[in-house]
Ligand binder design. Sequence first.
Ligand code: CP
Ligand code: NVA
Length: 329
Amino acid sequence: MEQENHILIRKIMNTQKQFPKHLVSLLDWSSEQIADLLNLAHVMKKEAKCGKLKRDLDRRTLALIFEKSSMRTRVSFEVGITQLGGACIYLSQKDINLGEREPVKDGARVFSRYVDIVAARVFDHSTVEILAEHSSIPVINALSDKYHPCQALADMMTIQEKFLTTRATVVYIGDANNVARSLAVICAKLGYPFRIASPSNYSFTKDFLGKLQDTAEGSGSGIECFNSPVEASKGADVLYTDTWVSMGQEAEEADRKNVFAPYRIDSRLQSVAGENHIVMHCLPASRGEEITDEAIESRNSVVFDQAENRLHAQRILMRELLKQHQKIQ
Ligand code: CP
Ligand code: NVA
């Protein structure tokens, strides 16, 4: 039986799938491409757990270009490429001053001559778009002000591990930020009902909501926006939140803490959610603000599974983008 499983795993891993060249936003990926990548991620996670990872990124180099702080993203990318036999170079904005010292498009062309793949964490989403446009190598968005697609891949892996149905209702409480947008996109692409509860001025823009609703129509998912966190949380399978103050919004901190005070995952929201709901947070969490200590430590919480899945999702993402780019077999 174990041998049969192993043969099946090998078959899935060796089937050539088609993916886009970059991951800038999951909106650019089809539902099938996202589903394929997640299937491969689950398989590769199993391989990793039995010590069967192939070191097929030998001598491939990843550049991490980070304008903002990071723990999970940086560590999971570095560990992921190292486990596959590759190497990593970390460059903070202090090191390279991209966009100031030289245009981003020049940086993109120079990186393409030195390394095999880039992951960039940027303030302005257009920076990662420019990097992708001018790079001859794959570029991964490691968080921008608009999207956090790698987080959403790990989040969906986690949801799929906990619920066998694609009808699990995902409810996001709080700021309609980068994490919320990517989570909404992946739900819309894969057919998961998605609800968001946020204060009126901090909800999705009309433009984004339009794109989301078009995507959701294709997959049969439903998108609903609420002001009331209690109404949104009724019967939820997933309760998800993120910080009220994202990196770059520090000047708005006092205002945001006021406006978002009712948008906290706590026992009140957990009591109206579905009996087997899970509690999710991309981390880092401001305990006592968007989530209580009690909720994050509750038996429903899967926040550390989510953090682990960053590694599994990004490792397969790098391998598949490099394969696509014919940098490996
Ligand atoms: N969730 C996440 O992206 O964490 P970091 O900011 O620590 O990378
Ligand atoms: N929304 C947060 C996510 C951090 C992982 C931020 O952008 O700071």
